[in-house]
Design a protein around this ligand. Sequence first.
Ligand SMILES: [Zn+2]
Length: 201
Amino acid sequence: MKCLGGVWLLTALLFASCTKQWSQPEGVQVYFSPNGGCTEAVVENLDRATNSVFVQAYSFTSAPIAKALVDASRRGVKVQVILDKSQRTEKYSEADFLRNSGIPTLIDDNHAIAHNKIMIIDKGIILTGSFNFTKSAEEHNAENLLVIRDASLAKEYSNNWDAHATHSEPYQSNLSSEDRPSKKSSSQPSNKPRTRKVPAF
Ligand SMILES: [Zn+2]
């Protein structure tokens, strides 16, 4: 019995040394904000996309991330976006820019809030975490962003994206053109008082 116990111990040690450690998963990177490179990581991954990008976002006010999505779309990548209903009335939302750039942009108002922050790139890379695709999340908030390379997990996220897409509807702004800041004139001084602050998300 003593000998058998030794064999078991040796087997357990060999097994432990051969199995992957959960604390160091391969193909996973993490970024923390404020100013920890979250936006840069999102943009870099979008710039490398070659086939498809599926997005779920709660608040989407990040100009560089929106631009990276439009750039991807223009080089032939299939880009589709689902946003929370708050983006119908969010003054600084990039929803108009995405839709007007030809990206299918949907609103999911089937939930209290559609709080996911997810990108699925080329059916193999998942970007997710607390990090909203916003300037505030990058510069002011404490957030995290995981970049995960795993095709089987990406498939699960894609299935979930599809499920939300089935009960979503095309984005239509509830703001008038006067209320929504123009991309072209955003650098121009305005006499109109701002009645809303940039959200903290
Ligand atoms: Zn949904």
